[in-house]
Design a protein around this ligand. Structure first.
Ligand code: PEP
Ligand code: MN
Length: 338
């Protein structure tokens, strides 16, 4: 729900309506235009009638927001959100690439890949310490010692780190140590986890659930945003369809749809989105052309020996080639937009 205030509304009147709304347990967000002043209400507004609000003589009108998400939506926040994370900008035309191995395997492995992807222009090092594997018999990640190796790589290369949290139990340590906290596809609707990471005040990379709609993803983002502390980056990483030629079906139409519905930056992961290394290059370019704000790419120095997702990991050599091409393509897309 959005409350449009009359231009002559006084500061005291604005405070009084805000207090009324927060008193009802709603989150109130101010939206200031040149000649307009609005209040966006997030939370359960079902008990609120338009009549209750319009009774205040300084209210011009009340608009029902039909979308089930609010804080992630453009209606409340018309401008693109742009974040500065460890000196790297993302969103609103600023582009960034997160690259690294699916899972952290050893100091030597993660350092070598981190150095390579940095040289090619990656802005972030990605790497899983806690791995959500389909089989309990597969490599589950190095856990906290993997996080220590990521920290070493960060110290030696200066690249901020992106890594997945799987359980609330690690919120404290992730809140202290991790630059971008990844919530993986399987946990996109783990609502208690979303609420807890929303309290950490760290950027969250929220990956789309394999069977989740775009609206469900935006509602999941609201679970994080409603805590008022952690900014959210959305990540399209493919969805489950009847198609078996690829691991997932990378839904690139989600990029312009998300950009229209939401102000949050949108990153595309063509590695999980396709499942095959030779599809990563073309689909990464397609994602750039579709308007993505960034890419997440799995890179491994020895993909055939990788403990996880080797078949979809590209080599540092191919990553470098891809980065050169992305640069060119971004120039072309930018020229087209001007
Ligand atoms: C990953 O990024 O390594 C990962 C497990 O991704 P997803 O949650 O998208 O499957
Ligand atoms: Mn992976």
């Amino acid at each position: 729900m959005i409350i449009v205030l009359k231009p002559e509304a006084t500061g005291a009147q604005i405070q009084s309506i805000k207090a009324q709304m927060t008193g009802r347990g709603l989150v109130v967000q101010e939206i200031k235009g040149e000649n307009t002043y609005m209040l966006g209400l997030a939370g359960d507004t079902s008990m609120l009638t338009e009549g209750d609000i319009i009774r205040n003589e300084f209210v011009e009108r009340v608009m029902k927001v039909s979308e089930p998400y609010k804080l992630a939506g453009r209606r409340f926040h018309p401008q693109d959100s742009v974040y500065d994370i460890a000196g790297r900008k993302i969103g609103g035309g600023a582009f960034t690439v997160m690259a690294g191995p699916c899972s952290v395997e050893s100091e030597e492995q993660v350092l070598s890949i981190a150095r390579d992807v940095k040289r090619s222009g990656a802005g972030f090092l990605r790497g899983g310490a806690f791995k959500p594997r389909s089989s309990p018999y597969s490599f589950q990640g190095l856990g906290l010692s993997g996080l220590e190796l990521l920290k070493i790589a960060r110290e030696k290369t200066g690249l901020p780190i992106v890594t997945e949290i799987m359980s609330q139990e690690y919120c404290d340590v992730f809140g202290r140590e991790v630059d971008v906290i990844q919530v993986g596809a399987r946990n996109m609707q783990n609502f208690p986890l979303l609420r807890e990471v929303g309290k950490l005040g760290r950027p969250v990379l929220l990956k789309r659930g394999p069977s989740c709609t775009i609206d469900e993803m935006l509602m999941a983002a609201d679970y994080i945003l409603v805590e008022g502390k952690s900014p959210v980056i959305l990540c399209e990483r493919g969805i489950r369809t009847f198609e078996t030629a690829t691991r997932n079906t990378l839904d690139l139409s989600a990029v312009p749809v998300l950009k229209k519905r939401s102000h949050l930056p949108v990153v595309v992961d063509p590695s999980h989105g396709t499942g095959y290394w030779h599809l990563v290059y073309p689909m990464a370019l397609a994602a750039v052309a579709a308007g993505a704000d960034g890419l997440m790419i799995e890179v491994h120095n020895q993909p055939e020996r990788a403990l996880c997702d080797g078949q979809q990991s590209i080599t540092p050599y191919l990553f470098d080639k891809l980065m050169r091409k992305v640069e060119k393509l971004r120039e072309a897309v930018r020229e087209d937009e001007e």
